[in-house]
Design a protein around this ligand. Sequence first.
Ligand code: BG6
Length: 495
Amino acid sequence: MTNSSDRASDKEKALTVVVIGASGDLARKKIFPALFSLYSQDLLPAKTNFVGFSRSDLSPEEFREKLREHLACRYLPRELCGEKMGSFLSLCHYVPGQYDSADAFLDLYQAMRGIEDEDQANRIFYMAIPPSLFLDVSRALGASGLVSCGDHLQAWSRAVIEKPFGHDRASSDELVAQMAQIFTESETYRIDHYLGKEVIQNLIVLRFANQIFEPLWNRSYIESVWISFDEDFGAEGRGGYFDRYGIVRDVMQNHLTQILALVAMERPRRLDAIEILNEKVKVLRAVAPLKMEDFVLGQYVGSDRGGVRRPGYLDEESVPSDSTTPTYAATVIRVDNDRWRGVPFIVTAGKALERRATEIRVLFRRSEENLFKIDGETPPPNELVIRVQPDEAIYFRTINKVPGLRMRLAECDLNLRYAQAFSGPVPEAYESLILDVIRGDKSLFIRKDELETAWDIFTPALHEAARGARKPEPYEYGSEGPEGALELIRKFRSV
Ligand code: BG6
């Protein structure tokens, strides 16, 4: 994202990308397809190899066939596709092994020595495994001699891990401290894949490359900010994971808090990772920790809407029948600084709702002195809508004269639809993030202090919830969410 990286020497040096957990969903559906997209655009170093490691007992051929199922030629003409896929797959190697077996990591070591024809290849260890395995695997990698460390060495090793990082501030601190014994902070890339999404990367550009926003981007002109994450599917098939975390840890503490930081932060002094991350940390530190009473929590129940039977959360296999894990949460976050004091950030996240959309809505203040009226009323306030997905878009709701001989006003959108405005596919978040790992650009990754501040906001409420302080409100699969949340939304929408 920033201009700081991409040392030419890194492009010339050999690179090995080791994907731990290579036969799992994340690796097959996201990581390898992203690696292939980068490969097919010649964005990887010329001598790049890919090594999958996981527990599945697969031959290299079987592994490649599994990978092939999810590869797509998004950036290549059809006629070049088969050949490029074939050459990519020929660079993909596989080593089966248990995560707690020192011998298996020695096998991996041997395999890599055979593949890397240079003594000093750069290495990325992408851990596409449950967080409970991060530490053991890191230690095993360290013990087997695969992680070269120290600035004096010619080649680097980088570890990529993905949330959840712990389940509260203390467990996250513990994980960070233990991992640091193998991979230093500068070698650790903590992914929040939302930061790799195009529209999220555009937030900083929209805000700071356009002069019109900065003068208005404060409490004098902004009434409220809405950050919403709606999914139209439940915990299907992921009940075991989801029940340990719940929607606040799964989506709010990370994806939505990151969005809030980018919307609310001050202008960084320069476009480099340190300055951007410093500003994000600063604004998150201005958020007071939330209490349980600040939340509306919900859990979806089965429904027959539209004649289709949808299961409730408690019907999910591997979800205990008395689970009180929330699948919906709404809260109001206050940023206590001069720019935002008094402006509510209404943050909502839910599974099994009526639609799928992630949006940021910036609602501007209504002016009572407006010269114009619509149906005798002051026109509705302007609103900037930034739709992260689906159908990436940014539009600005404004009041305009409807063409005609009478003065008639209507609310219309100034409209930027990505699909119409920009040619070519919108890159997948993982493509952008993996490329940044190779370039050593950390601006889109979660720094240690950022993780700490994000946990500080949510930990007190999560601990209260763990004491059984509240049962979530039921809401129907396919509905707008729990009634309590709709009330909260109505309250702030009507101000
Ligand atoms: C993940 C969460 O981080 O993000 C999932 O664990 C959620 O529960 C997913 O469904 C949403 O990601 P995306 O990119 O599909 O919006």
